[in-house]
Design a protein. Structure first.
Lengths: 306, 253
C-alpha cells in the first residue's frame, strides 16, 4: 500500500516509519489512501468540499491524529479543506504535513486549509511539516492556511516547519482567542536557491486574559527570499508577543514586519525582530572548541531551527 | 610551551588627523610562557591585554611576528586548528545562542554526549543544580550564569593552555574565590598552563607570574610584591586630557 517513496515522504513530514497507531488519514495524490478512527476520534469525508472533518470527543486525552498528505504525481495541484473540532477538556496531538516528490518538469502543489475549533478547556498540539524532494525541475508549491478559534481557556501550540525543497510557499495563519486562552506559534522556515516563502499571521486577542506568543525563525540561503508579516490585534486585557529572527546566508533577502494593534487600554504587547548573518561571536566560540567553520555554521543553524 | 616572538598587531586609524596611519596595539612582544604555570595578565584599559589573548587563540591575526606552541609554529593556524592542538579560550563576553543548550556546548567542548561524562564535568565545576545542563545559552541567562558556562566549556576541553579573558566579569564577590580556586586547581592537578587576563587581585595572589601590560608592551614580569607599587601607580590619574585645568583637576577615569 505504501511504496518506498511514500515511506520517505511520510518519514519527512510526519516522522512515521509505518502506518501510525491511533487515528489517521493518509491522502495520496488527491485521494484517500487509508484511514483509521478510534472510539474518541472520528474522521469523516466532507461531502461539500474536498477534505475531512476530524471530531475529537470531549475529554479525549493522550491520543493523536496523523493526517499527512503526499504528492508524487506530475502536474497535480491538490486542494484540501480540513476541519477539526476539538472537544471540551481534551488533550491531543495532531500531526499534519505535506510531502511532495517531484520527478519531472511539471509543477506540483498543495493548498491545504485547516480550520480548528478548540472548545473550552481543550489543549492541542498541532505539528505541521512541509517538505519537497525529487530530482524533477517542476515547481513545488505549498500554500497552507490555518484558521484557529480558541474558546475560553483553550490552549494551542502550533509547530509549523518548512524543512526544505519547497520552491514557493504562501502561508496564512489566523487565530481568534477567547477569554483565558493561549496560543503559541513556532514557525521555522528554511529556503535556498531561488525559493520564496511568505508568511502572514493575524492573531486577534478577543477575550480577557488571553495570551499569544508568535516565534518565527527563518534561514535564508542562496538567492532565496522570505517575507514575514505578523499582526497582533488586542481587544481586551491580554498579553501578546512576537519574536522573529532571520539569518541570511549567501545573497538572500528578507522582509520582517511585526505589527501590534492595541484596541484596549490594558493590552500588553511587545515584539522583537532581528535580521542578520550568523553572529561572529557564536562562530568563534564553536571554533574555539575545535569545530570547523562549516560545522559551526551547521550547529548554529540547527539550533536556531530546533 | 608558548613563545611569542616579536609579536605585533596594528590597526588602521580610520578618522581624525591621523586617519590612514597604523596604530600598534601590540608593539613587538617577546615572551615565553612556561609549561604548567599560572600567569595573571593585567594593565590599564586599552593596554592590549585582550588583544594579546586573542592573538594567541588566533581570533585576531597578528600583523607580524610569530607564535610557537610546544615547538610548533602556529602563527598561520586557524582558531579551529589551535583548539585542536590544545589551546582553549574563555571569552570576556560569551556568545549567546538561540536553541543551543549548555548540554550541547558541553558535548562539543568535551567531545562526548555521554551523560555520565557530562555530569562529571559539571560536578567538577561545582555547578548546581544539574538541571542547569538543559538551560538554553540565550539572553535569558544572567551574566554570572553565562560566565560559568563559558568557564565550564573551556575546562571541558582539558586544554594544555587555557586562556581566560576577564573571567570574573559579571561574577558576584562571593563567587570569585571559588572561581579562582577552580582555575588554580585545574592548573595544579592537570598541569594546565593558565593565562588569566584580569584586574582582580585574587588572581594575582595565586599566579606564579604577573605580567603588566601598558601601551602594548610588557612592562613588568614578576611576583605580586613587585607588581603592587606599579599597579598602585595605575590607580593615580595620569590621564591628562581628563583634567579640567589645574584649578579644577579631577580624575574622570
Amino acid at each position: 500500500m505504501l511504496d518506498a517513496l511514500d515511506k520517505n515522504l511520510l518519514k519527512a513530514v510526519a516522522e512515521l516509519e509505518e502506518i501510525p497507531h491511533g487515528a489517521y488519514n493518509i491522502r495520496k495524490n488527491g485521494k484517500l489512501l487509508t484511514r483509521s478512527t478510534t472510539a474518541n476520534i472520528d474522521i469523516e469525508t466532507n461531502e461539500e468540499v474536498d477534505g475531512i472533518t476530524v471530531k475529537i470527543a470531549p475529554g479525549t486525552v493522550n491520543e493523536s491524529v496523523h493526517i499527512p498528505v503526499i504528492l508524487s504525481k506530475a502536474g497535480l495541484h491538490d486542494t484540501v479543506y480540513n476541519k477539526f473540532i476539538v472537544g471540551e477538556g481534551s488533550d491531543v496531538t495532531i500531526v499534519a504535513g505535506c510531502g511532495i516528490h517531484c520527478g519531472g518538469p511539471e509543477p506540483e502543489g498543495h493548498e491545504g486549509i485547516h480550520e480548528f475549533i478548540v472548545k473550552s478547556g481543550a489543549k492541542i498540539k498541532y505539528v505541521e511539516r512541509h517538505y519537497a524532494g525529487g530530482l524533477g525541475a517542476g515547481k513545488r508549491t505549498l500554500n497552507p492556511t490555518t484558521k484557529v478559534v480558541l474558546e475560553s481557556n483553550a490552549v494551542m501550540e502550533m509547530e509549523l516547519t518548512q524543512i526544505g525543497g519547497v520552491d514557493e510557499a504562501v502561508r496564512l495563519n489566523e487565530a481568534v482567542l477567547g477569554p483565558g486562552s493561549s496560543l503559541l506559534i513556532v514557525e521555522r522556515v528554511m529556503t535556498d536557491k531561488n525559493q520564496s516563502a511568505v508568511s502572514r499571521n493575524e492573531i486577534i486577542l478577543e477575550g480577557i486574559d488571553s495570551r499569544s506568543n508568535m516565534v518565527s525563525r527563518s534561514v535564508i540561503k542562496g538567492k532565496s527570499n522570505q517575507d514575514f508579516y505578523a499582526t497582533i490585534i488586542a481587544r481586551a486585557r491580554c498579553h501578546g508577543h512576537i519574536e522573529c529572527d532571520a539569518i541570511i546566508m549567501g545573497d538572500g533577502t528578507n522582509k520582517t514586519i511585526p505589527a501590534l494593534h492595541a484596541e484596549h487600554p490594558d493590552a500588553e504587547l511587545s515584539h522583537e525582530a532581528s535580521i542578520g548573518k550568523i553572529a561572529g561571536d557564536q562562530l568563534m566560540k564553536l571554533m574555539s572548541m575545535g569545530m570547523s567553520y562549516d560545522d559551526a555554521v551547521n550547529t548554529i543553524i540547527q539550533g536556531f531551527l530546533r | 610551551m608558548l613563545e611569542l616572538k616579536d609579536l605585533v598587531f596594528s590597526v588602521d586609524e580610520k578618522d581624525g588627523e591621523n586617519g590612514g596611519q597604523k596604530i600598534e596595539i601590540i608593539k613587538g612582544i617577546d615572551y615565553s610562557f612556561e609549561k604548567g604555570k599560572f600567569y595573571a595578565v593585567t594593565g590599564p584599559n586599552g593596554s592590549g591585554k585582550t588583544t594579546l589573548a586573542r592573538l594567541i587563540m588566533g581570533i585576531n591575526k597578528e600583523t607580524s611576528g610569530s607564535i610557537i606552541f610546544e615547538g610548533e609554529d602556529i602563527t598561520g593556524l586557524s582558531i579551529t586548528e589551535r583548539a585542536k592542538l590544545g589551546i582553549s579560550y574563555s571569552f570576556q563576553h560569551p556568545a549567546r545562542f538561540k536553541g543551543i543548550t549548555f548540554r550541547d556546548l558541553l558535548a562539543i567542548a568535551g567531545e562526548t554526549d555521554d551523560e555520565e561524562k557530562l555530569l562529571s564535568i559539571v560536578r567538577r565545576m561545582g555547578i548546581c543544580p544539574l538541571s542547569f545542563l538543559d538551560k538554553p545559552v540565550d539572553s535569558t541567562l544572567s551574566g554570572g550564569e553565562i560566565k560559568k558556562i563559558e568557564l565550564a566549556t573551556t575546562i571541558a576541553r582539558n586544554p594544555k593552555l587555557a586562556i581566560y579573558d576577564e573571567p570574573d566579569t559579571g561574577i558576584d564577590l562571593w563567587t570569585i574565590m571559588p572561581m579562582v580556586n577552580l582555575l588554580k586547581n585545574e592548573q595544579e592537578e592537570n598541569g594546565t598552563t593558565t593565562i588569566v587576563v584580569s584586574h582582580n587581585k585574587s588572581f594575582f595572589e595565586v599566579a606564579d607570574t604577573i605580567l603588566i601590560l601598558n601601551g602594548g608592551a610588557i612592562i613588568y614580569e614578576g611576583d605580586m610584591e613587585g607588581a603592587l607599587p606599579m599597579l598602585a601607580d595605575f590607580r593615580i590619574c595620569n590621564f591628562i586630557p581628563c583634567e579640567r585645568g589645574e584649578m579644577d583637576a579631577r580624575c574622570f577615569r
